[in-house]
Design a protein around this ligand. Structure first.
Ligand SMILES: Cc1cc2nc3c(=O)[nH]c(=O)nc-3n(C[C@H](O)[C@H](O)[C@H](O)COP(=O)(O)O)c2cc1C
Length: 195
């Protein structure tokens, strides 16, 4: 498989089983973050690894956040979120170490975090692992962010659920990119995707 085939075959999945990457392999996967485009070399990405017994403890914090944000939250939602955070082989908290005072605009700092996360998702796929980036309202709860190590102005960008894709996991069909590309010839462009 060529490098391009790898990129073209990646897909997200939460149908994950053990093992998650560990040791040198995990180190290599995370190292791809350091290759993300990063204006000003601010390196705003941060990764908190949640494994083993720490998972149900993080799940409790996530549930507390859900109840804080919506005291009438559906118990089924809580149950689902608690179970996923407690049982995914590895949870990587995506943190953003942001510098609002810096001349590099915040949007560019946040985009760099997204680009780094994408590298990690591709590296997981390249090494036979898999994952999915999830967020939800809790991602934007400053109290949860602080509990995980990101007090304001720092923030969360979400969570990566990581493991080995269950057998039979197949990539969903993709649209052609053609509708998302246009050539500029002097007038504002229009995209078939938006027609
Ligand atoms: C910032 C961000 C947050 C996301 N949050 C969620 C989420 O909370 N729940 C979810 O099902 N998918 C979420 N997604 C989408 C999945 O990560 C994934 O991209 C989607 O399931 C499509 O799969 P694909 O990556 O194979 O195209 C999020 C994606 C991004 C970039």
């Amino acid at each position: 498989m060529t490098s391009l085939d790898l990129l073209l075959s990646r897909f997200s999945t939460d149908a994950l089983m053990e093992p998650a990457p560990t040791g040198d392999v995990l180190h290599d996967i995370l190292s791809t973050a350091m290759r993300a485009p990063d204006h000003g070399k601010l390196r705003p990405w941060r990764y908190v690894l949640v494994r083993g017994d720490a998972r149900p403890r993080v799940a409790e914090r996530v549930v507390a956040s859900m109840k804080r944000l919506d005291p009438a939250v559906d118990p089924a939602k809580i149950e689902k979120r608690q179970s996923r955070f407690s049982t995914m082989p590895l949870v990587i908290v995506l943190g953003m170490h942001l510098r609002p005072e810096h001349k590099i605009p915040l949007i560019e700092q946040e985009l760099a975090v997204g680009a780094a996360a994408m590298n990690i998702l591709n590296a997981l796929h390249a090494t036979g692992f898999g994952g999915v980036w999830v967020s939800g309202d809790v991602t934007y709860d400053p109290e949860l962010a602080a509990e995980l190590g990101f007090p304001a102005p720092h923030k969360l960008a979400g969570f990566l659920f990581v493991g080995t894709p269950r057998p039979g996991a197949v990539a969903p069909k993709r649209r052609s990119v053609d509708g998302y590309v246009a050539e500029w010839t002097g007038s504002p462009v229009q995209f078939d995707a938006d027609a």
